[in-house]
Design a protein around this ligand. Structure first.
Ligand code: ATP
Length: 237
């Protein structure tokens, strides 16, 4: 089977700083795959390169078997990859509904209203506050809206960068439950998380990224049981 996403020997630099070095991983259709690792390991840079916001120095990115690393970001989105960035990047002066509509701007089909309803079913608080400005929301509500906005492009692959950042434990659990629900509804997920415990518990497969390169991978539960992973990323040892 062709993987949905294949990153091959990817290297990305900011001028002289090589942020990603020879990273390779695959995401199979229907999986939740997580990239875990310390601050500055290169996870965000990897997602931004898949999105088409950055260009690789070398290596390849294939989506459904076709190279996408030279394609502009709007084409990558239209092809089915949505990116929910770190820090949410919502339009604070726009309402919930306007933010969701922006998420659907690449679509030409007539299902936008139905999908907005789906977001409101998943996150009722967004439906209740659909005419309120996003900038007034709590961190957890903003994260729900950022995920909802990414869902509005109807992605085949949804990339989430640090969705639990700054959230309370209860809200973090809610967001991770939602990620499972999205998978059950057919969306493939690529997750970047510093909360390695929660991410690996949820993931079909995980990759450890260290100093710009992938050092270890395996099924989420195997990595959770790995002593090196536990010592380095789960605060044990
Ligand atoms: P975090 O969780 O903090 O976002 P990360 O694993 O996602 O960490 P990146 O943000 O991809 O890591 O950063 C990888 C490396 O690239 C770091 O050394 C960082 O300082 C550097 N870097 C990131 N963005 C830039 C930039 N715009 N210009 C220069 N260097 C950058």
């Amino acid at each position: 089977m062709t993987p949905l996403l294949e990153v091959r020997n990817l290297s990305v630099a900011y001028g002289a700083i090589e942020a990603v070095r020879d990273v390779s991983f695959v995401v199979e259709p229907g999986q939740i795959v997580s990239l875990i690792g310390a601050n500055g390991a290169g996870k965000t840079t990897t997602l931004r390169t898949i999105s088409g916001l950055l260009r690789p120095r070398s290596g390849e990115i294939l989506f459904k078997g076709k190279p996408i690393h030279k394609q502009p970001a709007h084409e990558t989105l239209a092809n089915g990859i949505a990116h929910c960035p770190e820090g949410r990047r919502l339009f604070g002066r726009m309402t919930v509904e306007e933010n969701l509509q922006l998420g659907a701007y690449v679509r030409r089909d007539t299902g936008v209203e139905a999908d907005m309803k789906r977001v409101y079913d998943l996150f009722p608080v967004l439906g209740e506050r659909r005419h309120n400005k996003a900038g007034l929301f709590s961190g957890g509500e903003q994260q729900m809206l950022a995920i909802g906005r990414a869902m509005m492009s109807k992605p085949t692959l949804l990339m989430l960068d640090e969705p639990s950042m700054g959230l309370s434990p209860i809200m973090t659990q809610r967001i991770f439950d939602t990620i499972k629900e999205l998978q059950a509804a057919g969306t493939t997920i690529l997750l970047v998380e510093q909360n390695a415990l929660a991410a690996l518990a949820l993931s079909d497969h995980g990759y450890v990224v260290d100093l710009g390169t992938t050092t270890l991978d395996g099924p989420g539960h195997d990595l959770l049981a790995n002593e090196g992973v536990r010592a380095a990323y789960l605060g044990e040892g």
